[in-house]
Design a protein around this ligand. Sequence first.
Ligand SMILES: Cc1ncc(COP(=O)(O)O)c(C=O)c1O
Length: 417
Amino acid sequence: MEKIPVTIPYFDTNEIENVKRVLDSGWVAQGPVVAEFETAIAKHECVGHAVATTSCTTALHLAMAAEGLGQGMDVIVPSFTFVATANAVVQTGAVPILTDIYPETFQIDVDKVRERIQTEYKEQDGRLQNKKTGNVLWGIVPVHEFGLCCDIQAINQIAAEYELSVIEDAACALGAERGGVHPGGFGNAACVSFHPRKSITTGEGGMVLTDDAKLAEKMRRLRTHGSTISADARHAGKGFLLPEHNEAGFNYRMTDIQAAVGLAQVEKMDNIIAEKRRRAAIYNQMIAERLPQLVAPCVPDDCFHTYQSYVCMLDIEKLGIDSIENGGKYRDMLLQKLEDQGIATRQGTHAVHTLGYYRNRFGYAPEDLPCAYACDRLSITLPLYVQMETGDQERVIDTIKKTMDLISQTGGDSWRR
Ligand SMILES: Cc1ncc(COP(=O)(O)O)c(C=O)c1O
């Protein structure tokens, strides 16, 4: 039985040829090919500047550090996101204030953001201070989850009202648009990922996109230990002495080997996204016709969804399941049975407030953020990639249907206990 994975990156011989050229050149660390890759991404996303990094996690940390986030500060972050979003905040010394989401779109709930600000902060010397901890509210890190932009205009509006900073976690949203604008073009720095589960990949890798030239310049220094001159610039004849370091930075440099892969991938990006969107529409139709127990992804009118992941939800009411917890048990059993039949699926992502570090440090209970918890327990990512063969999607949907029917006929109640 052929296994259908949850995703596979899409390569051809161009990646190999590009990498060979870099290896032959003898310069494999960050150099001219990274610069070329940055230019190609900036052009594609219509933003002024792109700063490549080793991952989206380091891109987030770099942007946060460059924008002055640190100890004694709070940042509002959606709970339903990969843990990297909150971890990047923690690494700066600041505190992530985990906030609930809209379960329909999986994106941060802007009313909940406003409510948290109004109930948990007071104005003190022109800044918002946490009534309990005394921390200053620095800003918001919204996430464009699964390739769909959050309501970034509303987030920017709140940020403007309260004089807050915004950095967008666009790990999954390279190529996505809201109102015709890409992440990085909404007036904030946005961080993207090139992990193999994203639209295009460099193995590992990330990038900060911004229209702010000064911020880009600062991030370029900080990603290489705050060095006033980069190694490749020195190699190009700008001096043999080590440069000055006026800031304590990091080594977040992407290599030219990775960027060589990335350059070949950028050329395929529009086709990859178009193909995933076409296949997502096929899933939507199949679910509408044959699987009323699943809720297909919801896309607001002005959004261009890239379907980094195709994430649907179990409809527990239609399944006659009495609680999210039991729905979660049913979901896990279903996913295991699909895996046994050669179909890889995943939960969408996790609710960070239910993870050990965040639970233990901040004392969250699952029900504190009920929508994030429900999505953690009830979401299902279906396989989606360019090389899917005709019939693969049919097999996925058919196997889900048969497995659900079987669960309800035979011992379907075991997940209730
Ligand atoms: C929402 C979100 N943020 C951040 C990251 C981290 O990206 P990376 O693996 O490139 O560090 C991911 C990765 O899956 C993600 O989904």
